[in-house]
Design a protein around this ligand. Structure first.
Ligand code: DC
Length: 226
């Protein structure tokens, strides 16, 4: 990159099980960029709501809670009110609360500006559902990762098994279908590809192959930006 020029902002969106997290991490590593896991910020916030004993619905209590809560990202860790909660945000209970809370305007209004501020300096890879459409619509490079329901179910099933949660494959598939409908169908920041996103079908690709496709797009971008 030429002197003084800001490094690009790269967004990666897509449904659960499309391979976003691994690809985003590898891409950020290869480029030496910062990785912003936007879902982790929502999950940390959801954990705070659960701990406060609040239902994940819009209410004056929830809004007051959001005014006081602090969510931050740093070095692959996520912090809630200054405490590292990285290990606690991946439970199904937190996932369910997150899915409901991310439908609410006060929640998105709280988190989106934080994500924009973190991305402002460039040299970042953002991973989520709305990073190319809402958080950083001006990003230099946008990817949308998708995969067949079958491939996504298989990946998620393996991921859960790796964490010691062996569930029937049918249960995992139903969960994915339900989450998809929620993420794509919500009124605010629904999951969809940005009009200028590069869509990659990851069904038959390894994470390394996905990253190679992405790196070629980064090379094209950096050669054409002059
Ligand atoms: O990617 P994940 O499973 O950690 O995301 C958790 C939840 O947050 C999931 O329901 C989608 C939602 N989410 C969102 O609405 N917007 C984002 N930018 C990232 C995640």
């Amino acid at each position: 990159m030429r002197g003084g020029e800001r490094e690009p902002v790269i967004t990666i969106d897509g449904p659960a099980g499309a391979g976003k997290s691994t690809a985003a991490r590898l891409l950020a590593e290869r480029l030496g960029y910062r990785l912003l896991d936007t879902g982790a910020m929502y999950r940390a916030l959801a954990l705070g709501v659960l701990r406060a004993g609040l239902p994940p619905d819009d209410s004056p209590e929830l809004r007051r809670h959001l005014d006081d809560v602090e969510v931050a990202l740093g070095d692959d860790r996520v912090y809630l009110n200054g405490r590292d909660v990285t290990g606690e945000i991946r439970s199904p209970e937190v996932g369910e609360a997150t899915s409901r809370l991310t439908m609410l305007a006060p929640v998105r209004d709280k988190v989106t500006p934080l994500q924009r501020a973190l991305a402002a300096g460039g040299g970042v890879v953002l991973e989520g559902r709305d990073t190319g459409t809402v958080v950083c619509p001006g990003a230099e490079l946008k990817f949308f990762l998708d995969a067949s329901l079958e491939a996504r179910t298989r990946r998620r099933h393996e991921e859960l098994a790796g964490r010691g949660a062996v569930l029937p494959i049918e249960t995992v598939r139903e969960e994915i279908v339900r989450r998809d409908a929620q993420d794509r169908g919500r009124a605010l920041a629904p999951l969809r590809p940005a009009s200028d996103a590069i869509t990659i079908d990851t069904s038959g690709l390894t994470a390394a192959q996905v990253v190679e496709v992405m790196l070629r797009a980064v090379e094209r971008l950096c050669c054409t930006r002059s």
